[in-house]
Design a binder for this molecule. Structure first.
Ligand code: ACO
Length: 503
């Protein structure tokens, strides 16, 4: 049972508007195909009533109304009426599963509470509603007041409740306790359908869900992206893959829609999914280490049963300082490029250099890097102009200064200049070397354009294209780097080599 629209909405800061609730409900029922959804708490607001009515209308039309559930209170029939008004057919009645909650929150004895619940159940049945019962705070009930829990079960087992829903409301259990408590419940009530409702306060919601199923739970409560009160509930996607891969339990879920529903809920809730969240996180199908890429290339040696294709996703091989040749080859193959080993080596070297300087290199950047490395760069030994070292300064209130050392046709020169910006200072120092040491002038700077490669990210690479012109020729060179000035300097050195090569 997916409770994204009820418990998930109890995430701090999350509030779905009615049409969002309808969209999520529709995708959960029709595409992801969860068995049941809990869509709201009764009596909350008029907007919530509109949303529940919209969902019930949709579910009625698609024959799914029995799969739509609404949490209701033991409140003398008010929740039942509210749900029935919306067209709902199932109430998940919230009752107290620990003596503490019963006595201190409701101010009732167990016997009084049981009587109230039985009246509520009868009334719900009279209105044509099916009833499931939450024993709220059941986990603490089993720890502190097990007699109370069994008094409740005894008092309620014969009144037509379809499912008893056992919540670890405060997320305090561990898997061993879940197993012990479930086995105890099932020993006493072997024919009863028990759901387990986990909370993630100790980061054990998924492990506890697994333990519950192993111990005989017939249903689990989950939410998309693990949304829910405080630390949330067990994430639908994680629970699904554990059921299938680890326990061999068959579910109705369409796994290839899990990513889609995760994105939808991420967008509507405004709560981002962690990049390392299993199944649906951005990074979870990305191999970073070069050795892993090599192993996958040879025989999928670093792949497990969680193949991205199951979830409508793709495996990627990250680019950065940990990329090896194999990693880059896989990315080049993806682009349909077949290059010489030496070319792959040069590209690998460039990506490693960029990664070393913390640049985030994306696959979308790759075509630009390939072009950057292969188009302009002659083999290094053939470079007639080499930048041997440089320093550019930037300080408030003082003009930027550039100091550089270059080798031109095998001879070394140094120069310094100030300028209106770092690049301007660099170019002025170069011009000074060419004029004073070689008696030559450099072409005029016609254009200087800095862009982000299409598809790239602002925090990653920038592309600088510089255009120079002498009397009758135009030189245009491009370079890519994480740093804009460095990119411009690289493009300038490429341009100087073009000039030398054309002399
Ligand atoms: C399993 C869970 O996560 S429980 C979450 C249930 N869902 C929600 O709380 C949804 C959001 N809640 C709301 O909008 C409101 O709290 C409402 C509409 C449900 C009730 O609002 P109010 O009438 O203003 O009451 P309030 O919010 O102060 O809730 C406390 C009352 O509920 C009572 N209550 C607590 N649990 C239950 C229960 N299971 N059945 C009936 N009443 C209950 C308390 O005893 C208290 O009553 P009192 O004021 O007579 O002492």
């Amino acid at each position: 049972m997916d409770s994204t629209l009820r418990d998930g909405e109890q995430t701090s800061g999350v509030s779905f508007v009615p049409h969002e609730k309808l969209m999520v409900a529709r995708m959960l029922l029709r595409d992801v195909n969860v068995d049941r959804i809990e869509v709201a708490s009764a009596r909350v607001s008029d907007g919530e009533k509109t949303a529940v009515a919209m969902i019930c209308r949709y579910a009625q039309m698609t024959d799914a109304i029995g799969r739509v559930e609404v949490l209701g209170f033991v409140d003398g029939g008010r929740s039942v009426d509210w749900i029935a008004d919306c067209g709902g057919k199932v109430i998940n009645l919230l009752s107290k599963g620990s003596l503490k909650h019963c006595m201190q929150q409701l101010g009732k004895t167990a016997a009084e509470h049981i009587l109230d619940i039985r009246r509520e159940v009868d009334y719900a049945h009279s209105k044509g509603l099916e009833v499931n019962l939450y024993l709220e705070d059941w986990s603490n009930g089993m720890k502190d007041s097990p007699d109370y829990v069994f008094q409740m079960m005894e008092g309620l087992k014969d009144c037509g409740i379809r499912r008893f829903m056992l919540p670890d409301t405060l997320g305090v259990l561990n898997p061993m306790q879940v197993m012990e408590f479930f086995r105890t419940m099932l020993e006493c009530y072997p024919e009863t359908h028990f759901d387990f409702h986990a909370h993630n306060d100790y980061d054990l919601a998924v492990a506890n869900s697994l333990a519950a199923v192993v111990s005989g739970a017939a249903g689990l409560h989950v939410t998309v992206n693990g949304l829910g009160e405080r630390c949330g509930n067990a994430p639908l996607s994680s629970v699904q893959v554990i059921m299938r891969d680890q326990l061999g339990v068959k579910t109705s879920i369409c796994e290839d829609r899990l990513n889609e529903i995760s994105r939808l809920v991420e967008s509507y809730s405004g709560i981002s999914v962690a990049p390392n969240q299993p199944i649906v996180g951005e990074n979870v199908f990305t191999q970073v280490a070069g050795v892993h890429a090599d192993g996958d290339n040879k025989d999928r040696l670093y792949c497990n049963d969680l193949t991205p294709e199951r979830f409508g996703r793709k495996r990627e091989y990250a680019l950065g300082k940990a990329s090896g040749k194999a990693n880059i080859e896989m990315n080049l193959q993806e682009l349909g490029l077949e290059l010489e080993p030496e070319q792959v080596r040069q590209i690998t070297k460039r990506i490693t250099e960029l990664g070393d300087r913390k640049a985030v290199v994306t696959q979308e950047d790759l075509p630009f890097i390939v072009s950057d490395v292969l188009k302009h760069t002659a083999p290094e030994e053939a470079d007639k102009v080499k930048l041997l070292g440089y320093m550019v300064s930037l300080a408030y209130g003082i003009k930027p200064l550039a100091s550089l050392k270059v080798s031109i046709n095998g001879e070394e020169f140094t120069g310094e200049a100030t300028g209106d910006g770092q690049y301007d200072a660099f170019v002025k120092a170069l011009r000074r070397i060419y004029r004073d040491k070689l008696g030559r002038s450099l072409p005029d700077l016609l254009n200087y354009a800095v862009t982000i490669p299409p598809g790239g990210r602002t925090d990653a690479l920038v592309q600088t294209v510089i255009t120079w012109q002498d009397e009758n020729r135009i030189f245009r060179t491009r370079a890519l780097d994480a740093d804009q000035t460095q990119a411009a300097i690289n493009a300038t050195i490429k341009m100087l080599n073009q000039i030398e090569n054309s002399r």
